[in-house]
Ligand binder design. Structure first.
Ligand code: R5P
Length: 302
C-alpha cells in the first residue's frame, strides 16, 4: 500500500473507494456538516502528517462544494500533508471560457486561479476544452487529463452492432472522431447553434449514405439534454432508429433524464458524475493519472 491517502467528500465516497483501490492507497471520507447559519464544518482524519493527500471531489453542481473543498485542502496542509492534489472527475466552469456578452465574468479563468492556489496538482477527465487548447493555459499547476474516447469506443463496440458515431456539434468532433477511429466506424457531426441555456438549433449533415446503421450520439456533457434531444429528433426525421447516447459527464438537470429517455433507445455515461446511467468506469485510468502525478512530485519532475 502507498503512503498516499484518498480523501473523498461525502457524495464522492463510492468513486473514491474505486480510485483508492486502483492506487492501492488508503481511503477515508471527510466529514462535512453545516452550522445552523449554513456555514460548513469539515473534519479530516488526523493521520495526514508526512503523507500525500489526494482529495476526490467531482465538481458537478459545484457552487455549494467550493468552500468546503478549499477548507479541506487547507486543513490537509495544516495537518502536515506533504502535497495536496485534487481529483475532479468532472471539472466545472470550463464552458464559460470567454466573454460571450458584455460584462460577463470569464469564470473558467477565475475558477482555475482559485484551484491552482489551493492544490499542488489536478487530475480530471475530458475537461471541456474549446477555446483553450489545454488546461495549462489557465491552470498554474500540473494537470493530467484522462480521455474517455477509448472507453466509450470499447463500450460501443461491445454493445452496438453496425454503429454510426455522431457528434451533436463542431466541438464534439475531437472526441467523436477518436471514438470512431478506435472502433473502425464512420462518424458525422451536426452543426449546433445555442439560442439560450435550454434552447439549441441543430442542423444535421446529409446522412443518407449511412442508412441501416445504428446511430450513437456521443457528447462530453449532458446538462439540459436539449442538444441530444434535438439531435435525436433530426435522426428520427431522417428515418433512423432511436439513437444510443454515450456521454462522459452525466450532469443531468432535473427531469432531463426522463425527457431524454423518451427520445433515445439507451443512455450510458461514465462514472465521472454518479448517475443511474453510469456504465463505464474511469477509476483505473484516473488511478494511473494520479500515480503519475504522485511519482513526478516525489521525484521532483513537476
Ligand atoms: C457543449 O458545448 C457541450 O459539448 C455539450 O454539448 C453541452 O454542454 C450539452 O448541454 P445541454 O445538455 O444543456 O444541451
Amino acid at each position: 500500500m502507498t503512503e498516499a491517502i484518498v480523501l473523498s467528500l461525502p457524495d464522492d465516497a463510492a468513486f473514491g473507494q474505486a480510485l483508492a483501490g486502483a492506487l492501492d492507497a488508503e481511503h477515508a471520507e471527510v466529514s462535512w456538516r453545516h452550522f445552523p447559519d449554513g456555514e460548513s464544518h469539515v473534519t479530516l482524519p488526523d493521520s495526514l502528517a508526512g503523507r500525500s493527500v489526494v482529495i476526490n471531489c467531482t465538481l458537478a453542481h459545484p457552487d455549494p462544494k467550493i468552500a468546503p473543498l478549499l477548507f479541506v485542502a487547507d486543513a490537509a496542509r495544516d495537518l502536515g500533508a506533504t502535497q495536496v492534489g485534487l481529483v475532479a472527475p468532472y471539472l466545472a466552469y470550463m464552458r464559460q471560457d470567454r466573454r460571450f456578452h458584455a460584462g460577463e465574468a470569464i469564470s473558467s479563468r477565475t475558477f482555475a486561479r482559485v484551484l491552482s492556489s489551493a492544490f499542488d496538482w489536478l487530475a480530471t477527465v475530458d475537461p471541456h476544452l474549446h477555446r483553450f487548447a489545454s488546461l495549462a493555459e489557465i491552470y498554474a499547476i500540473p494537470a493530467q487529463v484522462v480521455h474517455t474516447a477509448p472507453l466509450l469506443g470499447r463500450w460501443i463496440s461491445e454493445n452496438v452492432g453496425n454503429p454510426l458515431i455522431l457528434g451533436p456539434d463542431a466541438e464534439s468532433e475531437q472526441w467523436v472522431s477518436e471514438v470512431a477511429a478506435g472502433i473502425n466506424a464512420p462518424y458525422a457531426v451536426f452543426t449546433k447553434t445555442r439560442l439560450s441555456d435550454r434552447e439549441v438549433r441543430i442542423d444535421p449533415p446529409d446522412l443518407r449514405r449511412y442508412a441501416g446503421r445504428q446511430p450513437v450520439l456521443v457528447d462530453d456533457i449532458v446538462s439540459s439534454g436539449r442538444t441530444l434531444i434535438e439531435a435525436a429528433r433530426h435522426l428520427e426525421f431522417a428515418g433512423f432508429p432511436k439513437p444510443v447516447c454515450a456521454v462522459t459527464h452525466a450532469l443531468f438537470g432535473q427531469d432531463v433524464h426522463a425527457d431524454l429517455a423518451r427520445s433515445v433507445v439507451l443512455i450510458v455515461s461514465s462514472d465521472t458524475v454518479a448517475h443511474p446511467t453510469n456504465a463505464i468506469t474511469v477509476s483505473h485510468e484516473l488511478g494511473a493519472a494520479v500515480a503519475a502525478l504522485l511519482s513526478s512530485t516525489t521525484t521532483g519532475e513537476m
